[in-house]
Design a protein around this ligand. Structure first.
Ligand code: ADP
Ligand code: MG
Length: 625
């Protein structure tokens, strides 16, 4: 709750709306205590007195009634009717929506067709017809406004309920024998309440306007009782000669509706769980670069396709700083495959995303180092430069192809789009290239598969499509972030074989991210081991596998089961990696390391380099030195 209020307060417009509305509500609540004149007391001798006249702060109306008193009492009435109408519409509409959406079938049909009939009438006409049938009066106006708004709630809530009713937790509730009523109360209602609140907060203003509209037409509040709409209606004849009598209620309506709408938008944003961790802003198209940026110290390797030098990427959330990538350096030569390996949360994905500025900002910030692609620095490069490289010269493959492929487009269309974004070629050529690539990743029946939707393909097939898509523009670098983690081992083997074949025939460099040393051994020329945002060891795959120098690498390798090794215990690494906003001084692995000594827990960790290998450890394994 406090988090919700904080988010709301951070949104300036919503806070402003909230303050204005609170002032109005406060004034309305204390109206009976203010000792104002009787709002209905006429005094025809003093008609249309100007504002600031004696005894009448806002002047008087056409019958000499005090405008201030009428305004405050009228506002009270308008607000009360508006809120009541919104509440009634929300209650009845949501009840209809929940029942229709939950039970479905015939019940749904009957309810929703009824709602459709209501919606078939022009909105204000329906309200007028209801009032005409019931007779003029504020209560009847309330009924009319509530009734015409029921369909809005019913449709919204039905949609939400339909998708909720098929979710696993509802099935689980059914499985344990709960009655329908109980499921609706305990499973469905708590989940739709935020939606109802949001729908209400954005419609109250509109209902106050509608009630005022009916009163303006003389169908709502009846004289001498005043609400804002009837005040406007009665003053209408004197609009030119005595505008203040219309302007006063007009301004009040404006402030009420504006403040409710601003606040309603703020409530909607603050209730959105996706916005909870971040600010109320959309991520920028490229990762933010810290202006107090410290440049990389070392010269980068001019021959490398990708050269990352002392890269630092952080997430800054409120006062905490998560050092997800901390002084990471590596090079990838043309045609080389570098494996980046480490436990979950070690910063592999953030490293990969930093290369093309794809880390979401806020909260991500690149706060140091340099990234060079074919010699050109990508740090501080314009968005247009990055956009031209993305998907073109540098391609990404992600873990879950079902999440990266668009569910509503055929895979062929998506592949062709990837080509056409970067190149002006006739669609027929793009089509032919897409087919030949699907064949290259060994998809049987490629021309036919072009017309398949992602959900019609198996997981392995989808990942092959993702690989083919990464290749459409002949990239020089492919960044593959755990592309086989979601697949079973046989499919994983096939995918790795395809990737290996493609990179050798096309001379593509690959940055291959994984947490599995078995995969690294199959595919990668070199490997970099990452722990808590730092690379702790690099070297040729065979050498590292043969003689791991860092205790962490050694443990990681020991975690890979070997066929035929018998029933020996697999080693697990005790403890958990540190959270990167509270990194310990010294070596981050010290707490889990069996060889740690006092020296490991303070100061910088020694970096040993030797014949193309590097290890960040005070006490590397003896075999290596
Ligand atoms: P992995 O090695 O499993 O790919 P990541 O690179 O995704 O790990 O994450 C590295 C660290 O960055 C994690 O400790 C995670 O907590 C942090 N992190 C990643 N994304 C965000 C984010 N959007 N906000 C805050 N912290 C994040
Ligand atoms: Mg990851």
């Amino acid at each position: 709750m406090t988090a919700f209020l904080k988010l709301l307060a951070r949104n300036r417009l919503a806070a402003f709306g909230g303050i204005v509305l609170s002032i109005i509500v406060f004034l309305v609540l204390v109206t009976p205590l203010l000792g104002l004149q009787d709002p209905a007391a006429t005094d025809t001798a003093n008609r249309f007195l100007r504002p600031l006249s004696d005894g009448h702060l806002l002047g008087t109306d056409q019958l000499g009634r005090d405008l201030l008193s009428r305004l405050l009492w009228g506002t009270q009435l308008s607000l009360a009717v508006g809120f009541a109408a919104a509440l009634i519409a929300a209650l009845i509409g949501s009840a209809i929506g929940i029942v229709a959406g939950y039970f479905g079938g015939r019940i749904d049909n009957v309810f929703m067709r009824g709602i459709d009939i209501l919606m078939a009438f022009p909105y204000i006409l329906l309200a007028l017809a209801i009032v005409a049938a019931l007779g003029p009066g504020l209560l009847n106006a309330l009924v009319a406004v509530a009734a015409v708004n029921i369909p809005f709630f019913a449709r919204n809530i039905r949609g939400v309920t339909v998708s909720l009713a098929q979710r696993e937790f509802v099935e689980a509730a059914r499985l344990c024998g709960m009655s329908d009523m109980r499921i609706i109360w305990s499973e469905i209602v708590p989940n739709v309440i935020p939606v109802i609140v949001i729908a209400m907060s954005t419609t109250i203003g509109w209902m106050i306007l509608e009630t005022a509209g009916l009163s303006f037409l003389g169908l709502g509040s009846q004289p001498p009782q005043a609400d804002l709409g009837s005040m406007l209606g009665e003053a209408r004849n004197a609009l030119i000669t005595d505008p203040h009598a219309s302007v006063v209620p007009g301004i009040m309506i404006f402030f009420i509706v504006m403040s409710i709408n601003l606040l309603g938008d703020g409530v909607r944003d603050a209730l959105d769980p996706r916005l909870k961790s971040g600010a109320l802003t959309r991520p920028q198209p490229a990762t933010k670069i810290d202006p107090t940026f410290n440049d990389a110290k070392e010269e980068s390797n001019p021959d490398a396709v990708l050269s990352v030098n002392a890269l630092e990427t952080q997430f800054r959330i409120a006062k905490r700083v998560y050092r997800a990538v901390n002084q990471v350096s590596f090079d990838i030569a043309p045609g080389e495959c570098l494996g980046l390996i480490g436990e979950s949360g070690s910063g592999k994905s953030v490293t990969a995303l930093s290369v093309m500025g794809l880390v979401a900002s806020p909260p991500g910030v690149i706060s140091g180092g340099d990234i060079r692609f074919k010699g050109d620095s990508l740090i501080g490069a314009s968005y247009e430069t990055l956009r031209k490289l993305r998907g073109n010269d540098v391609a990404y493959i992600f873990q879950d192809p079902l999440a990266t492929l668009h569910p509503l487009f055929r895979v062929g269309e998506q592949m062709m789009e990837a080509i056409l974004v970067h190149e002006k070629v006739p669609p027929a050529d793009a089509h032919a290239r897409a087919v030949s690539l699907l064949e290259a990743v060994h998809i049987p029946n490629a021309p036919e598969r072009m017309n398949a939707f992602p959900h019609e393909l198996s997981g392995g097939m989808r990942q092959r499509v993702a690989i083919a898509m990464a290749l459409v523009n002949n990239p020089s670098l492919i960044i593959a972030d755990e592309p086989t983690t979601a697949l079973d081992v046989t499919v994983q083997g096939q995918i790795l074989a395809r990737l290996d074949e493609l990179r050798r025939t096309r001379n593509v460099s690959v940055l291959f991210i994984t947490h599995d040393f078995g995969v690294v051994a199959q595919l990668c020329d070199r490997v970099a081991v990452m722990y808590a945002g730092k690379i702790v060891e690099t070297g040729k795959t065979a050498e590292v596998l043969d003689a791991p120098a860092h205790p962490y690498t050694k443990k990681l390798i020991a975690c890979v089961p070997e066929l035929g090794r018998g029933k020996g215990d697999l080693e697990a690494i005790p403890g958990l990696p540190p959270v990167v906003d509270k990194l310990p001084p010294g070596c981050a692995f010290a707490a889990r390391c069996s060889k740690a000594k006092a020296a490991c827990e303070t100061g910088d960790v020694a970096c040993h380099q030797h014949a193309g290998r590097m290890v960040l450890c005070h006490f590397p394994e003896e075999k290596w030195v």
